[in-house]
Design a protein. Structure first.
Length: 522
């Protein structure tokens, strides 16, 4: 689905993607090769949405958080296993990390069970990998190259231990001789002997390392060719054991890759489950020519309102083809447009749209027209020119799989020309079969362009007349007085209530009074 950055910002797609972000590397890799669903992928999208909805109903909400935390803790085994499969030697640290991977999968499985997950959906375990590493793990999570990994290890280690012991005895005998001759107790490799204590020749088994007028430094000379051979044989045996162990690890590459892929899919799924737990949702009907929803939540706006202590009112709408949406200022026209785009974006990303029910179109493109765009300023375009360019491009790409959301298009030019342009634009959208919702304050657009007229119900009564310096209080008053339902616009009339809103929001009373006089005169 094609959504430009302006549209993504207006319909809350950036925030939606943040909510659906995977917690780990497996999920990020999975998402990288799974682009949003297009119109042709409608059945795949609905299948994923249904799976998310069912899992959200089955899993405990807090448990999902614990599963995701356990998933985040699973280390990435792929590079190690790939090196093993290529025949590269692995170190004890590599084997330790693979052990951590197996243990993390066990913890993930326990979190799944505790959250109420079904056995057939339980994350896969790496039991074969665990069994391969088991001889070198003592329960503490560490790893050592145990004798049982290769039959040659035990005799090689025994031979080296014997040669090492023999060399140690030889060094001890030399140390005793030095102590008896010089009276100095040897410690470490070098022995410092003051000349006024002993100034004779170096005892057998030692050599003079350094001399000064006041002291000499002696070093013990004790070598064992047998010990060096034993060490070399032991190193060869350990290398062979690690090579053999690496080959067994490499043979698990396909299985480990399958587990990693499954973890990526699970990461994606759980992000969508967490979103559904937070915002609710439904399994929508996929209807190519209809955009309908009941009690829907535009989650980014709901989040922002909640953060400031305001109430969010769910929206309902039924759009078939192209329609014009009218209604009062701050009545929710822009929110209705954004909600429409947001719910369709949910379909494209395989997440239940947050609504009590919905019939939504699988789309290839969503385009928002309206509002100032920073990129237009960089191109030296006025607000009007920028809107025209976006409208031109949207019209060129319009189809039955495109949703066009126009918010007050052509309001920044002369009202007569702007109204005429909007009528022609809506007619063109209707002719191309695009789903389109066009919000405007221009009069008579639906009738002139031959499309449905939808209207925000508007104020239930008069707004408070006292101006408020407290913006939050003013917003609460507007919210309490406003009926945000989208109704048939052919019944009743529109009133913008612009002057009443300006008064409530603290505009100078003299300005409001003069505006009322001018409005009444017109």
């Amino acid at each position: 689905m094609i959504v430009d950055d302006v549209t993504a910002e207006r319909i809350g797609l950036h925030r939606l993607r943040a909510w659906l972000a995977p917690v780990g590397a497996f999920g990020r890799a999975h998402d990288a090769v799974h682009p949003p669903y297009a119109a042709a992928d409608a059945e795949l999208a609905r299948a994923e949405i249904a799976a998310v909805f069912a899992l959200a109903a089955a899993l405990d909400r807090d448990g999902v958080g614990r599963i995701r935390a356990a998933l985040r803790a699973v280390p990435e085994p792929g590079p190690i296993v790939s090196r093993a499969r290529a025949g590269d030697p692995l170190s004890d640290v590599d084997f330790y990390e693979l052990g951590r991977f197996a243990d993390a999968l066990t913890a993930l499985g326990r979190a799944w069970d505790a959250a109420g997950g079904a056995p057939d959906g339980r994350p896969s375990q790496a039991e074969e990998l665990r069994a391969i590493l088991a001889p070198g793990r003592d329960g503490s999570g560490s790893f050592y190259l145990a004798d049982t990994f290769d039959a040659a290890l035990a005799p090689a280690r025994t031979a080296f231990a014997a040669a090492e012991a023999e060399l140690t005895q030889r060094r001890a005998a030399i140390a005793d001789r030095v102590r008896a001759i010089t009276g100095v107790d040897p410690s470490g490799e070098d022995i410092v002997v003051l000349r006024d204590v002993y100034d004779g020749p170096a005892p057998d088994g030692t050599r003079i390392v350094r001399e000064t007028p006041t002291y000499r430094v002696l070093g013990i000379v004790a070598f064992s060719a047998e010990r060096d051979r034993a060490l070399s044989l032991l190193a060869d045996a350990e290398e062979a054991a690690r090579r053999m162990l690496g080959e067994r690890i490499g043979a698990q590459a396909v299985r480990v890759r399958a587990i990693a892929d499954a973890l990526g899919a699970l990461d994606r799924l759980l992000a969508r489950v967490a979103f559904t737990h937070r915002w609710g949702g439904c399994v929508p009907e996929l209807a190519a020519d209809r955009l309908q929803f009941a009690d829907a939540t535009f989650a980014p706006l709901a989040e922002a309102l909640t953060a400031r202590g305001h109430r969010y009112t769910p929206l309902s709408l039924d759009l078939r083809g192209a329609a014009v949406l009218t209604g009062p200022n701050m009545g929710g026209k822009s929110a209705a447009l954004a909600t429409s785009g947001f719910l369709c974006a949910c379909i494209a990303l395989g997440v239940p749209p947050p609504a009590a029910s919905a019939a939504l179109p699988p789309l290839d493109r969503i385009t928002w027209i309206g509002g100032e765009v920073a990129a237009d300023r960089s191109r030296l375009l006025s607000s009007y020119a920028g809107e025209v360019v976006r409208a031109r491009d949207a019209l060129a790409a319009a189809s039955s799989h495109a949703l066009i959301l126009a918010d007050e298009f052509a309001r920044t030019t002369g009202p007569r020309e702007g109204r005429a342009l909007l009528i022609a634009f809506v007619e063109a959208l209707r002719g191309r079969g695009a789903l389109a919702l066009v919000a405007t304050h221009f009069d008579g657009i639906p009738e002139a362009s031959g499309v449905a007229h939808l209207r925000i119900a508007g104020l239930r009564g008069a707004l408070p007349t006292a101006a408020s310096d407290d913006l939050d209080a003013a917003l609460d008053a507007i919210n309490a007085a406003m009926d945000y339902r989208v109704v048939d616009g052919s019944v009743g009339g529109d009133a913008s209530d612009a002057l009443a809103l300006a008064a409530l929001l603290g505009m100078d009373s003299a300005v409001i009074e003069r505006a009322q006089q001018e409005f009444s005169a017109e």
